[in-house]
Ligand binder design. Structure first.
Ligand code: NAG
Ligand code: NAG
Ligand code: NAG
Ligand code: NAG
Ligand code: NAG
Ligand code: NAG
Length: 308
């Protein structure tokens, strides 16, 4: 009897200790998540300023980076002024369409349409930068993405070599080639494997983090911004939020990630979840914008709707 009694006593003793630890941990978690920290997400960007090396993007050689899908033309695009129209729903209700259309070159991304949104996003497209993951959506609606253009129109496809590399190695290349042949007045280019590596190195130098080791995916916004800096003397960006926007309290009102998907996920939620996700690969939308903010001081980049 005796040993069993003392056993019971030990058990309840342990229970009390477990309970105490549990309550303490809960309180700790509760208070640490409420301590005056303004950031509502775990920032991805942890590298110190010392590890960041600036790259002169104007001096990236343009010739070796893009290969034509047909013929041997080179990417001869150069613009004094560019409008970079993002796919964010921040472009809605801006009535910026006419201003965008008056700009010498208009740059769009992936399958962001103009039909039905002209008053906010305009109706001209000079350059469209398309991710491997958007190729099907773009070629399935040629009337929207390949015909609704004026004059000289260029598409640049980016993606890993196993998707878009020339000479039959990329799984999407033949499709791109076929569509390129059908729309021979549109200039199709793909980004070379060599240039894709340079985009990775650029991310590493500008953030201090290795893209692959940090399980990061570059966004179409990253490629488009770098290409725009190469091609344009001056850039006005429509609809991009500043890097601190989604970390502010109180949280701003929910707005869809894409202007053409009104029922889609909230933009800030998407940014924050991607930024702080560790398992699997994710986009670092917020980190990328921190880099864009630095580039804006080096090149003539202006942000509008919202302005920053
Ligand atoms: C390729 O470009 C060169 C000049 O840069 C030209 O002489 C040649 O005819 C072109 N070939 C084709 C197939 O267009
Ligand atoms: C159209 O764009 C292509 C590729 O950038 C270029 O090679 C060509 O000279 C341009 N044509 C005109 C008429 O501007
Ligand atoms: C570009 O912006 C700079 C500085 O704001 C200005 O001096 C220059 O005239 C602009 N160039 C064009 C082509 O608009
Ligand atoms: C769209 O295109 C037509 C001419 O093609 C033009 O008259 C109109 O102003 C353009 N812009 C907008 C915002 O609709
Ligand atoms: C290209 O040609 C097609 C017909 O072949 C036409 O519908 C389209 O408007 C043209 N696009 C450009 C950019 O000239
Ligand atoms: C990250 O962003 C992409 C959109 O590019 C989205 O499909 C994905 O669900 C996001 N991931 C998380 C964890 O929110």
């Amino acid at each position: 009897m005796g040993p069993r009694l003392s056993g019971k006593g030990q058990q309840s003793h342990r229970l009390v200790i477990f309970l105490a630890i549990f309550i303490l941990m809960t309180l700790l978690i509760f208070f640490s998540s409420n301590s005056g920290n303004d950031a509502v997400y775990t920032p991805f960007h942890v590298a110190s300023a010392k590890t960041i090396t600036a790259t002169d993007l104007k001096r990236w050689s343009r010739k070796d980076g893009f290969v034509p899908v047909h013929g041997n033309k080179s990417l001869a695009l150069h613009c004094g002024k560019c409008a970079l129209v993002t796919s964010s729903s921040h472009v809605l209700s801006t009535r910026a369409g006419e201003e965008i259309d008056r700009t010498e070159c208009v740059i769009r991304m992936n399958d962001a349409p103009t039909l039905g949104y002209e008053s906010d996003v305009g109706n001209r497209t000079t350059l469209r930068v398309v991710a491997h993951s958007s190729v099907f959506r773009v070629v399935r609606q040629p009337n929207e993405y390949l015909r609704r253009t004026d004059g000289n129109f260029t598409i640049i496809f980016w993606g890993p070599p196993n998707k878009i590399e020339k000479n039959g190695k990329g799984t999407l290349y033949r499709l791109i080639q076929r569509v390129g042949a059908a729309y021979n007045n549109v200039s199709f280019f793909t980004i070379t494997p060599n240039r894709m590596r340079k985009f990775d190195n650029l991310f590493h130098r500008e953030t201090g983090r290795d893209r692959q080791k940090s399980h990061s995916w570059l966004s179409t916004g990253w490629f488009t911004m770098v290409i725009a800096i190469e091609l344009c003397d001056n850039i006005t960006v429509y609809g991009m939020v500043p890097p601190s926007y989604c970390g502010k309290k109180p949280l701003s009102k929910k707005l869809p990630y894409h202007y053409y998907k009104p029922r889609g996920a909230d933009e800030c939620l998407m940014y924050i979840q991607n930024e702080s996700s560790r398992r699997g690969s994710h986009h670092r939308f917020i980190t990328e914008k921190q880099v864009f903010a630095r580039w804006a001081k080096l090149y003539n980049i202006k942000f509008t709707h919202p302005s920053w």
